[in-house]
Design a protein around this ligand. Structure first.
Ligand code: ASP
Length: 309
């Protein structure tokens, strides 16, 4: 099979060309391109979909433009708590971590939970302890400091509001990064990583850590990674919704992703989007807001997009 494919997203939301400048747009394009190129290089050498997903997401986690890893948003205490998950479509094994501080690459530890523990989801201090055991790389708080993110938080830190990343509207910010991949063996995988919402409190965890909501992969259907208002993706069990629509209703990838986002998620008031790939290399990048940072690469083409059109 020669249809190996990598797809990534860097968050969705109020992303308008009128509010972007050339330098910023270039930086986002370069960040997304680096992610698909790294993921694709893994696949092209015969690597697994899981490794391609991890490699692509690591690129985005190391880039301060995106709300994950280094660019993770500030929580109510002025710190950073990250969520991440990964799933493999052949065995349907999965791993996830939530509300973990100071971790450089949350997606790597999520993979370790999948491969080196008997569990699916580890949180907070326990996840940190597991990370130390796995020799995960932790950084001090300075590594996660970013003036733009600090300013985002500073504006709302003394209020009860929380905010998703790429939006002007208070209480509505969408960030997060994700990747889905199809390897040469015909296996698929999905992963998602996020800093969550600016000014989040009370141990808030979003869909990015929840298998079935923000991330899902099943070789019989497809691999999905979501981004948007996490509470709605959890209530809609959106990633699994896409898989179910294909499995039980026989919908195509495009039909299933459109139904999950444009009908089911929209009906309950959620906004955001998702990326998906099936075992034939079909790609979907569906969203119901103004824009979504997104890109894919396969043997035929390399595509990077930001706005709706
Ligand atoms: N879904 C993420 C969360 O709710 C945020 C995002 O995608 O921007 O934590």
């Amino acid at each position: 099979m020669k249809k190996h494919t990598i797809v990534v997203h860097g968050g969705a939301g109020t992303i308008l060309k009128s509010e972007m400048n050339e330098a910023k747009e270039k930086a986002y394009n370069e960040g997304l391109t680096a992610a698909i190129d790294h993921g694709y290089a893994v696949l092209d050498k015969g690597g697994t979909a899981v490794d391609a997903v991890v490699s692509a997401i690591q690129q985005l986690e190391d880039n301060p433009l995106f709300n994950a890893g280094k660019g993770a948003v500030f929580n109510a205490q002025g710190g950073h708590e990250m969520d991440a998950s990964i799933m493999e479509g052949k065995s349907r094994e999965a791993g996830a971590i939530a509300a973990i501080p100071n971790l450089r690459n949350p997606i790597v530890l999520a993979k370790d939970v999948m491969n080196h523990s008997d569990h699916v989801l580890l949180i907070g201090d326990g996840a940190k302890e597991f990370g130390e055991l796995r020799k995960a790389v932790f950084e001090n708080d300075d590594y996660f400091y970013d003036a733009y993110r600090f300013d985002q938080w500073n504006k709302i830190k003394d209020t009860d509001s929380f905010q998703l990343d790429h939006t002007k509207k208070e209480k509505k910010y969408l960030g997060t990064v994700g990747a889905v991949a199809l390897d040469m063996e015909g296996n698929i995988a999905a992963g998602t990583s996020t800093g969550g919402m600016t000014n989040k409190k009370f141990g808030r965890v979003g869909d990015s850590a929840i298998i079935g909501s923000g991330t899902y992969a099943d070789n019989r259907t497809c691999a999905i990674s979501c981004t948007g208002t996490g509470e709605y993706f959890m209530r809609g069990v959106t990633a699994y919704d896409v898989s179910c629509l294909m499995m039980y209703k026989g919908l195509s990838l495009q039909e299933a992703t459109a139904a999950a986002i444009q009908d089911h998620l929209t009906q309950i008031g959620g906004d955001g989007g998702l990326i998906a790939v099936d075992v034939h290399g079909n790609v979907s990048m569906e969203f119901n807001c103004e824009g979504m940072y997104r890109a894919y690469r396969n043997p035929k083409e390399s595509v990077v997009k930001i706005y709706r059109n």
